[in-house]
Design a protein around this ligand. Structure first.
Ligand SMILES: *Cc1c(COP(=O)(O)O)cnc(C)c1O
Length: 383
């Protein structure tokens, strides 16, 4: 029997989570429908309260998406026209597009090749070269917090606001502080593939300062504090009550799910260690992802570096094994961002990562036998 006879291993299978909590969520949604409070109903404030309790942030303000959560952070903190914001070119597009939407100017700084997160040294260089920098947006990529030991003193020294892009990192922490409570603000996405996910689009912004949280609450509803009296121009970006009901149920299980992801990641590490594949990409080997001991990783993605990445991905696809590239084009090389004035070659670590990274299936319900298939398929291709 050839390995193509096996069942597919998808990159993510949400139906397994649905099998465990689908009925409970269905009942919670039915309650919302029966009550008729579809906009800013009780479940929204309950979810926001659960969020501040869990993360330790002062304020949590639900909104329509992770992209809006980033915008809301900047709008409420007063980061807009005339300000520059430093962030990483190795992220999802929204990290930079939200800066433009807020009216500010994105300044990019390269990543650390081990963690894939923004390099504090590169941030320092960017700040030195751009006196208008007011804020920095580190992304907790793949579920691991950026190096807050290096970033926090730097931000303090230069009087910068810190906004965490925590879209991939609910439940992650650094030195005992949860993602979302590290910075002045934290932006979360509950897009269906994220660790904590809704049944549609949804997002939330945390704040350290209560006044900023209060401003965000007004801004997400057209700058209204009193009905039909508009204090400033905001936007319509609320968290649906139905999505809050979904998220409230999942909040009960997310710690266990993140724990299960850590087990899956540890199992990959042990399986790969038993092969002769682990080494350097230059030598034809793969590089495994690492978890910084100062933080707690929630393994939103399990991302290896590998030579002949695109061929390997095609090989896995031929065996019905899913994989994905986060992200194939660094943001400074995106067509839509050419007017930022960057060139290819300016962020070599991000560009190298974009050529080498491959995300393998990881989710709480992934089975050991499926992981064996993934590892054997990679072994069959590379050696
Ligand atoms: C998913 C994601 C976003 C955007 O979230 P949406 O809910 O899709 O708008 C922003 N930044 C990062 C790093 C993401 O992974």
């Amino acid at each position: 029997m050839s390995s193509t006879d096996f069942a597919p291993v998808p990159i993510l299978d949400l139906s397994r989570q649905y099998a465990t909590v689908g009925d409970e969520i269905g009942r919670a949604i039915a309650d919302v429908c029966a009550g008729g409070r579809f906009i800013l109903g009780r479940e929204v404030s309950d979810f926001e309260a659960a969020f501040t309790r869990t993360t330790g942030a002062t304020e949590a303000v639900g909104c329509a998406s992770g992209t809006d959560a980033l915008w809301l952070a900047m709008a409420a903190l007063g980061v807009g026209e005339g300000a520059a914001v430093v962030t990483t070119p190795f992220s999802f597009f929204a990290t930079v597009s939200s800066i433009l939407r807020a009216g500010a100017r994105p300044v990019l700084a390269d990543i650390d090749p081990i963690s894939f997160n923004i390099s504090a040294d590169a941030v320092a260089d960017a700040v030195a070269a751009n006196p208008d920098v007011r804020a920095v947006i580190p992304v907790h990529l793949y579920g691991q917090c950026a190096d807050w030991d290096a970033l926090a003193p730097l931000a303090k020294k230069h009087g910068l606001l810190t906004i965490e892009d925590a879209a991939q990192a609910f439940g992650a922490s650094w030195s005992g502080t949860e993602a979302g409570a590290l910075g002045d603000a934290g932006a979360f996405s509950f897009y269906p593939t994220k660790n904590l996910s809704a049944w549609g689009d949804a997002g939330l912004t945390t704040f350290r300062d209560a006044a900023a949280g209060e401003r965000a609450r007004a801004l997400r509803a057209h700058g209204m504090r009193r009905r039909y009296y508009h204090d400033e121009v905001g936007w319509n970006s609320r968290l649906d009550t139905v999505q809050a009901a979904v998220l409230l149920v999942k909040m009960k299980y997310i710690a266990q799910w993140n724990e299960d992801r850590r087990s899956v990641a540890a199992r990959y590490a042990a399986m790969f260690a038993d092969t002769n594949l682990v080494g350097t990409v230059a030598d034809g080997g793969i590089v495994l992802p690492t978890a910084d001991s100062r933080g707690v990783h929630v393994w939103h993605q399990y991302v290896i570096r590998t030579p002949r990445r695109d061929e390997l991905r095609a090989h896995l696809a031929s065996l019905k094994i899913g994989s994905e590239i986060y992200y194939p084009v660094p943001l400074h090389m995106q067509d839509a961002l050419q007017n930022l004035g960057y060139r290819a070659g300016q962020f070599p670590e991000s560009e190298k990562a974009a050529r080498e990274v491959l995300a393998l299936p990881i989710y709480p319900e992934l089975r050991e036998g499926e992981q064996i298939r993934v590892v054997e398929a990679i072994q069959g291709f590379l050696r």
